[in-house]
Design a protein around this ligand. Structure first.
Ligand code: G3I
Length: 555
């Protein structure tokens, strides 16, 4: 056994004692996730941290590598459901579920059984069972399946999703044909078949205090009063970014106070796609809140994510346009959410900042956009993203953030100089030193609210020319005071100008209105000026004119 493995076993042994104290006694195998993994960190706190999985993913070797080393517990995401286990009446098939259970057991991982009675993924034959036979069919199914997995499953989701949002019973085939008592009957059958497994009622949207969780609360309390065997409540926690219920901890606590265990059974936190840095940070904070709520309640025994990588999440196919709900991205990179979970579970916080990014280079500059690229930073844990700042004097103002070592700035002001610097960030929000600065000037705006007619005639004998320039205000607003800027392309010089004054430090000329022609009326008003100039060789017309910083069309 490698030293790492020995350390893992020692941790697991210590954790096992805590697990027993936390209501996980009778577990057939103790969690043995890799040191420093989420599973190991949670075990050190007396909880499990697990992941759901499904059979098709098990042919993905990098996926399995993480699944079996990072998590202390596995939930069978699909193939313990009725559709798979009793596809025809009385014909049972556990081959796919067995594959997952065997994998978990060979890696020392706990298994949650999901689920014995659910209205979904129910083979159609169940719907045609006569009313007076369905209770027997349900008991037989539970007995058969729970017996098959006896000693291998620590928790069973005995009944799943039996309530509507308003707290009334969902009108499933079981509810309609057996009546309210079907849930209690299901728990009795499960206890008889596997007395060692903890029996859970499991549902979604019961994480906060609301009509639905009140209904579940009232049901499980009455079960306890009547001696109906129930051990725990599973809160699925399919959550939405930024919407972790504020009453989560209080809600977990009220179930715990009844003498029940609570597990967070199907955690994911979805966002509108695409991901960006701000959403990743919010998601990390959301995961942290969920983990902290569970840690704060002794009888919250563990947390399971509903698969661990965005590659295999159920979200995008059911909520089009949403996703990125899990702690690993689709390429198995750890997201900020992963680090937030690890830190909440007590991982040593990362205080090492990323290396300094390279000085950005700017390209594709328009009047309002610019593309930036820089050499990526490195980090001991991983670069989470970059902050992009505008530097003005001694002040750096955050413009945007990027997950990659490039970005496109938008919404820039035309004809304006920008100085840009970049800092890298890791998931713990350590900021690197500041990169060197890149300076660029946006183009004058292609506003189209002015038109310029430029007519030049060369003098006979060469060297001199006269130009007449007229400016038309095509916009809806009158102009009061104007400067027209253009750049000569062949070394031309203005020698004398009338009806405007001018400066020409080099190729670029700025002509400014005289005192009497500064106003140009809206919607077609015009003003003109002219000048004499010199050239040598050719005298091409300027190709762009900007009036008060706005690019004009050329007539
Ligand atoms: O296996 C077949 C495959 O052969 C076929 O080609 C394919 C075509 O659609 O379908 C596959 O079955 C899919 C199955 O997942 C396995 O991937 C089903 O269509 C699909 O409906 C099923 O979705 C599952 C869903 O429950 C059903 O309601 C999700 O994977 C599973 O993650 C999800 O899990 C539920 C929990 O059990 C209860 N809580 C909510 C949670 C999310 O909906």
């Amino acid at each position: 056994m490698s030293p790492q493995r020995q350390f893992g076993r020692a941790c697991a042994l210590a954790a096992g004692l805590l697990l027993i104290a936390a209501g996980l006694g009778g577990a057939p195998a103790m969690a043995d996730p890799a040191p420093g993994s989420l599973g190991a960190l949670a075990a050190a706190k007396g909880k499990f941290f697990g992941s759901a999985t499904d059979n098709p993913e098990l042919s993905d070797a990098p996926y399995v590598q993480i699944l079996t080393t990072e998590f202390g517990q596995i939930t069978v995401g699909n193939t313990m459901k009725w559709q798979y286990t009793e596809p025809a009446r009385g014909q049972f098939n556990y081959s796919q579920a067995d594959t997952i259970v065997n994998l978990a057991q060979s890696n020392g991982q706990l298994v949650r059984g999901h689920t014995l009675v659910w209205h979904n993924q129910l083979p159609s034959w169940v719907n045609s069972v006569p009313n007076n036979e369905l209770l027997g069919v349900m008991r037989n199914h539970i007995t058969h399946e729970a017996t098959h997995f006896r000693g291998k499953v620590i928790h069973w989701d005995v009944v799943n999703e039996a309530f509507e949002e308003n707290g009334t019973r969902r009108q499933t085939v079981f509810q309609q044909k057996i009546g309210d008592s079907y849930i209690a009957e299901a728990f009795r059958a499960a206890r008889a078949a596997d007395p060692g497994a903890k029996l859970y009622y499991n549902d979604y949207n019961i994480e906060g205090i609301n009509a639905k969780s009140d209904a579940v609360y009232n049901m499980v309390r009455s079960f306890l009063q009547q001696g109906i065997p129930i051990d725990g409540v599973g809160m699925q926690a399919h959550l939405i970014l930024g919407q972790v219920p504020s009453s989560l901890q209080q809600n977990i606590q009220r179930f715990a106070d009844l003498g029940l265990d609570v597990a967070i059974t199907e955690l994911d936190i979805r966002m509108n796609l695409p991901r960006d840095t701000a959403k990743d940070m919010q998601q990390a904070d959301d995961y942290r809140r969920v983990v902290n709520a569970c840690l704060a309640v002794t009888r919250c025994v563990g947390i399971t994510v509903w698969d661990y990588t965005d590659k295999y999440s159920w979200i995008p196919s059911v909520f089009p346009g949403q996703g990125a709900a899990l702690p690993y991205d689709e390429n198995f990179n750890k997201k900020p959410a992963y680090h937030a979970i690890a830190n909440a579970l007590g991982a040593t916080p990362d205080t090492t900042p990323p290396s300094t990014p390279g000085t950005p280079s700017a390209s594709g500059i328009t009047s309002s956009t610019a593309s930036l690229m820089w050499t990526a930073s490195t980090d001991n844990v991983g670069v989470a993203g970059y902050n992009i700042y505008r530097r003005q004097g001694t002040t750096d103002t955050l413009l945007t953030q990027s997950n990659a070592n490039s970005t496109t700035l938008t919404g820039l002001t035309p004809n304006t100089q920008y100085q840009i610097v970049v800092r890298a960030r890791d998931a713990a929000n350590n900021l690197s030193a500041t990169s060197g600065a890149v300076t660029f000037t946006t183009l004058p705006s292609a506003g189209g609210s002015c038109r310029v007619a430029y007519r030049a005639s060369n003098w006979g004998g060469g060297g001199g020319f006269t130009a007449e320039v007229s400016i038309t205000n095509t916009g809806p607003t009158a102009i009061n005071g104007w400067s027209l800027v253009w750049t000569f392309g062949n070394g031309q010089r203005v020698s004398y100008m009338w009806n405007a004054s001018y400066t020409q430090p080099a190729a670029t000329v700025t002509a400014t209105n005289a005192s009497y022609n500064g106003s140009i009326g809206a919607n077609g008003g015009t003003q003109s000026f002219g000048f004499n100039g010199t050239f040598s060789g050719g005298n091409p017309n300027p190709t762009a004119f900007a009036l008060n910083g706005t690019n004009c069309t050329i007539a």
